[in-house]
Design a protein around this ligand. Structure first.
Ligand code: SAJ
Length: 408
């Protein structure tokens, strides 16, 4: 397993637990050092227990150097570079690192999200440099995108359907032989480019759908209709599934993946681009709405509830809540932020306890639907200067004594 991040490490643990001998490899020496010392950096249900089991029984070990294997799985980051194009440096580096160890008949599975045509135009040519020809099935290459949702990674690794996109048909079969006996979901065989596009469309569909929900929220405010009720009722239709509005779209996938399509076929993507613009605007819109509240309330001190990119996770990558925290601080508000999951070392702003954040605050701004916030009663807000709450995730149920604003 090349890459021991959010996907690579749980996948390595998953296959070790299934009885495979797994070598986890990452270029980050500190990470490998920690994993060898028994310290795991990913907080996912059931993961720590399984990690201790499979490392103790010798099924999984960690190193910065790759080694020989029958199957190489690549789950390294593919971030956006400054030009909003996929940075494939880690993928290329991983392939170069394993090249000396690839032997005839080996299978190389790429799991990282990649732009369409990457297997054909980047991965296969690099592998050909080993002297083994993937066109002749001397090495088998397949694109098998990960689809697990942070917060339920182990469960989804087991249950989700998988797409295996072979560079050749034989490669699809070889990849299917890895997943089929080990997961409960179905395994669908296809070509590499179809698998690449499928992965990107899954996340782009979600981005466009959330943009639609965000647009509906703003329309609803103007028309004075409850967007949540509209969504709830519309979704009673058997073929409608409108997503939920919110303060923006974060995480390392949904705000990034649409750009992987745009970089290839920019002119053909007006809808995808507009969705991105709408979702990227949401943090600014939320701060404007805070400013509007000043027409009716004194708002100087703000308790910010939630900083992660979504509920019940610690990940802050591309978090709209962090962006909002920055914008409000720039605008001179006295902001005290709380998050029960986020580690202070990962962010630039100071974290406070929930009580400290709310104490003497003029506004409680809820930006993430952590379960802890959903359970808050009106009592929790009594130490505020005034009990004014702006719930951008529509996740609180509080009594009428609280002045509650929502998005949409
Ligand atoms: N969000 C909304 N409204 C919604 C749903 C989500 O505003 O109705 C926001 C969230 O608050 C968050 C962002 O969107 O900021 C993304 O969250 P998410 O739960 O939609 O998705 P991720 O990024 O955690 O995981 C997605 C998943 N993709 C799909 O559901 C199609 C996951 O299955 C993928 O494996 C993952 O991307 C990935 O790695 O690509």
């Amino acid at each position: 397993m090349l890459g021991l991040g959010y996907i690579g490490l749980p996948t390595a643990i998953f296959f070790a637990d299934k009885g495979y001998q797994v070598y986890g490899c990452d270029i980050n020496e500190n990470l490998v050092g920690d994993l060898n010392k028994g310290q795991i950096h990913i907080d996912e249900p059931g993961l720590v227990e399984k990690y201790h089991e499979v490392t103790k029984n010798g099924q999984l070990s960690f190193s910065t150097d790759p080694t020989e294997a029958d199957v190489f799985m690549i789950a390294v980051p593919t971030p956006l570079n400054g030009n909003k194009k996929a940075d494939l440096a880690y993928v290329k580096c991983a392939i170069e690192n394993i090249s000396p160890f690839i032997k005839e008949g080996d299978l190389v599975i790429v799991e990282s999200t990649i732009p369409p045509q990457t297997i054909e135009m980047v991965v296969a040519p690099l592998i050909k440099k080993t002297g083994l020809n993937p066109d002749e099935n001397e090495v088998l290459i397949a694109y098998c995108p990960e689809r697990v949702i942070p917060g339920s990674i182990l469960e989804e690794l087991n249950n989700n359907d998988r797409i295996v996109g072979g560079y050749t048909e034989e490669a699809s079969e070889a990849a299917a032989r890895i997943f089929e006996p080990n997961i409960k979901g179905e395994v669908y065989r296809t070509t590499a480019i179809t698998a690449e596009m499928t992965k990107l469309m899954e996340n782009t569909y979600r981005d466009v759908n959330i943009a639609l929900a965000n647009e509906l929220a703003l329309i609803s405010e103007e028309l004075e209709v409850d967007s949540y009720e509209v969504i709830n009722l519309a979704n009673k239709h058997p073929r409608v599934h409108v997503h939920q509005p919110g303060p923006g779209v974060g995480g390392h996938c949904i705000p990034i993946d649409p750009y992987f399509i745009m970089e290839k076929v920019g002119k053909q993507t007006p809808l995808i681009q507009t969705a991105r613009e709408i979702n990227e605007q949401m943090p600014t819109i939320v701060t404007k709405k805070v400013k509007q509240l000043k027409e009716t309330h004194k708002i100087e001190k703000i308790a910010l509830l939630g900083l992660s990119y979504k509920g019940n996770v610690s990940d802050v990558r591309e978090s709209p809540a962090l962006k909002i925290a920055e914008l409000l601080a720039e605008q001179g508000y006295d902001v005290k932020a709380h998050d029960p999951f986020v580690h202070e070392s990962e962010i630039k702003i100071k974290l406070h306890s929930l009580e400290e954040s709310l104490d003497q605050a003029d506004l409680a701004l809820v930006l993430v639907d952590h379960d802890r916030y959903k359970q808050l009663s009106s009592q929790a807000f009594t130490s505020m200067n005034q009990q004014v709450v702006f719930d951008t995730k529509n996740c609180l149920t509080v009594e009428e004594s609280i002045t509650l604003y929502r998005l949409g």
